[in-house]
Design a protein around this ligand. Structure first.
Ligand code: AMP
Length: 190
């Protein structure tokens, strides 16, 4: 099964992706994690994207599409994957559909984690206070990331909605409740 976890930055996609990996054996394909690993390794790609991540802008579509296609061809994705933070633009979604179609696969379901933006900013402030914030977790960058989400990523809801694939879950509920709601939606889907 190929699942897209969808929602604004800070909605809890990463947390829920890890649960799905553990419970269903589907690897988490997080472009954000992969890009941060490149930056940490100091690779040419990492050097190219570091400034973009620091600002909260999107790296070029071709870059992330390439990363995802390579990652998806590893054997652990044979039964599918959980896409976390990808796709983020219509062009990425189209490329993903084409990439999967070539492999006689498809996106089965898109789980939208619906959250209130004011709460997201509060969560970031909390992470800063606790010292668990990421480099791009500061109020200015987060506001930019939310704007980018609204302009470039939110239109994907319509793209996948037209394909009848979107299941919306209340992302503001406690983590375990969100996990249960996702599990129920996926079990019903099968
Ligand atoms: P994330 O960890 O998913 O919040 O991603 C962190 C940052 O990595 C984003 O703010 C972007 O700069 C970059 N990024 C991650 N995934 C993508 C993507 N699919 N397309 C473009 N940029 C991305």
């Amino acid at each position: 099964m190929n699942i897209v976890l969808f929602g604004p930055p800070g909605a809890g996609k990463g947390t829920q992706a890890k649960v799905l990996t553990e419970k269903r054996g589907l690897p988490q394909l997080s472009t954000g994690d992969m890009l941060r690993a490149e930056i940490a390794a100091g690779s040419p790609l990492g050097q190219k994207v570091e400034g973009i991540l620091a600002k909260g802008d999107l790296v070029p579509d071709a870059t992330v599409i390439d990363i995802i296609a390579n990652r998806y061809d590893r054997p652990d994705c044979a039964k599918g994957a959980v896409f976390d933070g990808f796709p983020r633009t219509i062009a990425q979604a189209e490329a993903l559909d084409a990439m999967l179609a070539k492999r006689v696969k498809k996106i089965d379901v898109v789980i939208e984690l619906k959250v209130d933006e004011a709460i997201l900013l509060g969560r970031v402030e909390q992470r800063i206070k606790e010292g668990t914030a990421r480099a791009d977790d500061n109020p200015v960058t987060v506001k930019n990331r939310l704007g980018v989400y609204r302009n470039q990523t939110a239109p994907l809801l319509d793209y996948y909605g037209k394909q009848g694939k979107v299941i919306t879950v209340n992302g503001m509920a406690p983590i375990d409740d969100v996990t249960r709601a996702i599990a129920a939606a996926l079990d019903k889907h099968r």
